[in-house]
Design a protein around this ligand. Structure first.
Ligand code: SF4
Ligand code: SF4
Length: 110
């Protein structure tokens, strides 16, 4: 996730994945940033404009979460970082979901 305060992760081959210059997982699929294990209080704090019409997850335009700011692959941030859903917290740089999203955007995965 393009976190406001996340460090880059240095992979074993020396490649660093910097979420703040990526954002690929936030613009991978409208089905991805769905709500799952959040409680109602947590969800109620997410601004309504960022929530999908059926309340199942984040509102997206195409494959891109509306809370994502910036340009994928250059500089991005999550506009609701402190309130982001659990699936966003679970996506770690270098993990399978990350690599899949980066590959889909033509970004380096190794
Ligand atoms: S795809 Fe990976 S590197 Fe890019 S923002 Fe998501 S977790 Fe970070
Ligand atoms: S809520 Fe934030 S971290 Fe989650 S998909 Fe949207 S922009 Fe990315």
């Amino acid at each position: 996730m393009p976190l406001d305060a996340t460090p880059s992760f240095l992979l074993s081959d020396g490649v660093a994945f910097d979420c703040q210059s990526c954002g690929a997982c936030c613009a991978y699929s409208a089905d991805w940033p769905r709500f799952s294990t959040e409680d109602d209080d947590q969800l109620d704090r997410i601004p309504e404009k960022f929530v999908s019409a059926d309340l199942s997850g984040m509102r997206c335009e195409g494959n891109r979460c509306l809370a994502l700011t910036g340009e994928v692959g250059k500089h991005t941030a999550c506009g609701i970082y402190e309130l982001r859903p659990d699936v966003c917290r679970a996506c770690m740089p270098g993990g399978d979901d990350c690599l899949m999203a980066r590959a889909a955007h033509g970004l380096a995965i190794a």
